[in-house]
Design a protein around this ligand. Structure first.
Ligand code: GSH
Length: 232
């Protein structure tokens, strides 16, 4: 029998958090190799398994997988969280990509210059409430089912609950104008696997704070003046 997937990343959310969420929602236990220093990361690179000298990397089913979306798509497909046919998959992809746009903005938010922090925060909240949440609110309304696509939990639902909780961390009460999303959240956080992942002591990582951002800045040699490097 194949061993547990092994996740290689630093001890924070970043791009790996959605992988943790998806595996948890699939009921898959995993191990983590959490590196702490730039030297740990360099040693991993020297090991020759990182296709682009970047993480996340997931060792799974005899592969060393990189590129977040490729990893997520593999897990979603393998664990039946990726719709029943090509059209459902296309819809899931469209929803997930919007959610990842939000996710990326929140992930890059700590890179804001101090004088731009409030402006960037307002921008994220404006995009969430004016562009993205209305799409999922309407989808749930029109679809009339408990989940976004088909009638069973999919990658889109897992990505949505992750991003809802992240936006709520930036501003509580952000769902006040979205009754369907409120119902969705209440329903999904009660699913046993999700509930377990939300318990203290699970592999879920806390929100980024100044200290954890500083750790990741040193590991990845993050340069605030080179934003493009962090957008791919
Ligand atoms: N498109 C890649 C981007 C990966 C990426 O930028 N990873 C960062 C850590 S979150 C990294 O390894 N940075 C070091 C570098 O690019 O040299 C993905 O989605 O996995």
């Amino acid at each position: 029998m194949a061993g547990k997937p092994k996740l290689y990343y630093f001890d924070g959310r970043g791009r790996m958090e959605s992988v943790r969420w998806l595996l948890a929602a699939a009921g898959v236990e995993f191990e983590e190799v959490l590196f702490e220093t730039a030297e740990d990361f360099e040693n991993l690179i020297k090991g020759g398994k990182l296709m682009y000298d970047q993480v996340p990397m997931v060792e799974m089913d005899g592969m060393y997988m990189v590129q977040t979306r490729a990893i997520l798509r593999y897990i979603a497909t393998k664990y039946n969280l990726y719709g029943k046919d090509l059209k459902e998959r296309a819809i899931i992809d469209m929803y997930v990509e919007g959610m990842r746009d939000m996710n990326d903005m929140i992930m890059l938010f700590p890179l804001s210059l101090p004088e731009e922090k409030q402006k960037n925060l307002n921008y994220i909240l404006e995009r969430a409430t004016q562009r993205f949440f209305p799409v999922y609110e309407k989808a749930l309304q029109d679809h009339g089912k408990n989940y976004l696509v088909g009638n069973q939990l999919s990658w889109a639902d897992v990505q949505l609950i992750e991003v809802i909780l992240m936006v709520e961390e930036l501003k509580s009460g952000i769902l006040s104008a979205f009754p369907k999303l409120q119902e969705f959240k209440a329903r999904v956080i009660k699913l046993p696997r999700i509930q377990k992942f939300l318990q203290p002591g699970s592999p879920r990582k806390p929100p980024v704070d100044d200290a954890s951002f500083e750790v990741s800045r040193k590991i990845y040699k993050i340069d605030k003046n080179l934003v493009l490097k962090h957008m791919s």
